[in-house]
Ligand binder design. Structure first.
Ligand code: GLP
Length: 259
């Protein structure tokens, strides 16, 4: 493992996000699980947010293993979901939360009373989104936010155009993201809108861990780390979190980074 400090664009923070380059997907997953376990052991009743997608599956497998082996206590952790398609329930065949249930919540026997699902079917989505942010605050704010990176630089479903002030809200999905997400489900049509926790809430987290792997994301990782912080690449706003943020990336996704 080789920890490095990247420049993260124009971040004015004296301490930049840490970039931890690891050998491969398994090492990334283990490192991410370690970060979550560390925070949860310090804050057994703390609030966290965790992502969906293919990237975190290995981390979830490891976390579930530790929980089931009695090495890690998740019984009081408050889990806030990151994003969900608008109007979609966790039971829907094509739901982001369904992936979270399949990959983590069910195998790790998480008490669903401790899971705050995105209010994506609320009659008044704006009001429900505000209440969701209020619930994060009431839980003491996030102790750790684990996030992935979309191929177009999105975080959660904060698509290009999203700024560091954004809060939970309805977002329009890009064609690119909808096509990317279609790979998660066979023959499903991905809705045009979603509800996502905002970048502002993620940036307030005590620790932020972004996990990225694979050559397909090497270019966007380089842009995010070495380019300016910009709404065009929402992941670049991690630079604002300074040393509270860590990018854990495998050598493939780190291939274009200047060392
Ligand atoms: C998805 C999700 C994100 C996820 C990202 C990367 O669309 N909305 O929360 O982090 O895109 O997905 P993957 O890990 O499958 O590459």
């Amino acid at each position: 493992m080789c920890p490095r400090v990247g420049n993260y664009g124009e971040s004015s923070m004296t301490e930049k996000p840490t970039i931890t380059v690891v050998a491969d997907y398994d090492a990334m997953s283990l490192a991410a699980a370690d970060r979550v376990a560390d925070v949860v052991s310090r804050y057994p009743e703390g609030a966290i947010t965790i992502p969906t997608g293919s990237t975190p599956v290995g981390m979830y497998t490891e976390l579930a293993r530790r929980i089931n082996a009695g090495e890690l206590d998740f019984s009081r952790v408050q889990i806030f979901c990151l994003d969900e398609y608008l109007g979609v329930t966790p039971e829907d065949p094509a739901a982001l939360t369904k992936l979270l249930l399949r990959d983590f919540l069910v195998p790790a026997n998480i008490n669903l009373d401790n899971v705050h699902f995105i209010p994506s079917t609320a009659a008044d989505p704006a009001k429900a989104a505000q209440e969701y942010d209020d619930a994060v605050k009431a839980a003491g704010g996030l102790k750790i936010a684990v996030i992935g990176l979309g191929p177009n630089g999105h975080v959660g479903f904060n698509e290009p155009g999203s700024g560091p002030e954004t809060r939970t809200r309805i977002v329009n999905l890009t064609r690119e993201s909808r096509d990317q997400n279609a790979h998660y489900y066979e023959g499903a049509t991905i809705p045009e809108q979603a509800m996502s926790m905002g970048i502002g809430t993620i940036l307030e987290s005590e620790k932020i861990v972004m996990i990225v792997n694979g050559t397909a994301k090497a270019e966007i990782v380089k842009e995010m780390v070495e380019g300016p912080m910009t709404n065009d690449l929402p992941g670049s706003w991690l630079g604002l979190a300074g040393s509270r943020a860590e990018l854990i990336v495998d050598t493939s996704a780190a291939a274009f980074l200047e060392s």
